[in-house]
Design a protein around this ligand. Sequence first.
Ligand code: COA
Length: 367
Amino acid sequence: MNPTDTTPIYRPGLEGVIAAETALSHPEGAAGRLTIVGHAVEELAAQFTSEEVACLLWHGRLPTPVELATFKQQLSAHRSLPEATLDLLRAAASRAVPTMDALRMAIASLDLDLTPDQLEIGLVARTPTIIAAYGRLRQGQDPLPPHPDLDHAANYLYMLHGQLPSPAQVRGLETYLNTVSDHGLNASTFTARIIVSTDSDVVSAVTGAIGALKGPKHGGAPGPALDMVFEIGTAEQAEPYLRAKLDKGERLMGFGHRVYKVRDPRAVVLSQAAAEMYRAGGDMALYELAQQVEETAVRLLAEYKPGRNLQTNVEFYTALLLHGLGLPTDLFTPTFALGRMAGWIAHCREQQASNRLIRPLSRYVGP
Ligand code: COA
């Protein structure tokens, strides 16, 4: 374009458009690299706890031991849900409301009993409580109160299953939550930033972000990705099954990405974490089947969509990892929201710190 030409360009899907500056995370599509506040995702995911990553996103550095202990205490103090939110979840369960919709409704109710300065901590602390309570209500069980001695990830597993998780399970979940903690200007994060750019509030921003995350082009893919592996059943069935889908023009869930044109670095981290967990006592045959499905899918996508570079994304091994932790498929996307919550809030803070109302143009094509 001529540098003096100021005619706005229309880019469908804002593809290739920079719409914010951030110090939080940097996905590099061609290199297949993801940096979160200066840390490679491989290092951050496997070594830190989810509380440390939340502090890193909110303050730009890792917490001191005292700061970390204070943060954990604050989370622990804000985990319980008000009776009104529990009533809402019970009503939603009795109507079989999908889990992401129940999470959206419950999150939107959190300013019932929290003061404005408690909202950010309350959102992070209560997201696991909401998801676990709803998961149990959907199965006809009573919600469990949070365990005061357990940290964020361990307490989520405890509230879901009613048993103390093993260290390997906690590590597996921490790795997952850290891996998805932030990812540039993805659709849900952009949604949150747009909402606070109007000087609206963080509960509204996160509620909108949950709505954006729900769709299968964003966070809604891991359940269908796992269903696909189960439907395939055996390695020999992978090719005919996947070909039939591609012949019908269907998309393979867990593959392709707007930014990454090589294997998503988060898929690398999660496939290793899942392998460790399955080796330590899971269904290794399922893990191996998933690997064969992945290999076949990538090969067929190259054949059906040459030049598109459709590779494995974060959702494929998310499905396997969360299944290995005993989560039902309808809790996969809510658990993604749990992992992304501190990141959404960090983006809201960043937007608020140097805000300019996000207000692009549209091109009129009407009569
Ligand atoms: N399976 C089959 N075909 C796929 C595909 C997939 N998973 N992902 C993309 N394609 C195809 C599209 O149909 C399109 O084909 P065409 O050129 O013949 O029309 C081409 O590849 C380019 O796709 P496009 O829609 O431009 O890519 P995008 O950048 O908009 O899409 C995703 C990115 C993630 C939305 C897309 O890859 C997808 O739908 N993946 C499956 C869902 C998923 O895993 N979501 C989780 C994302 S982390």
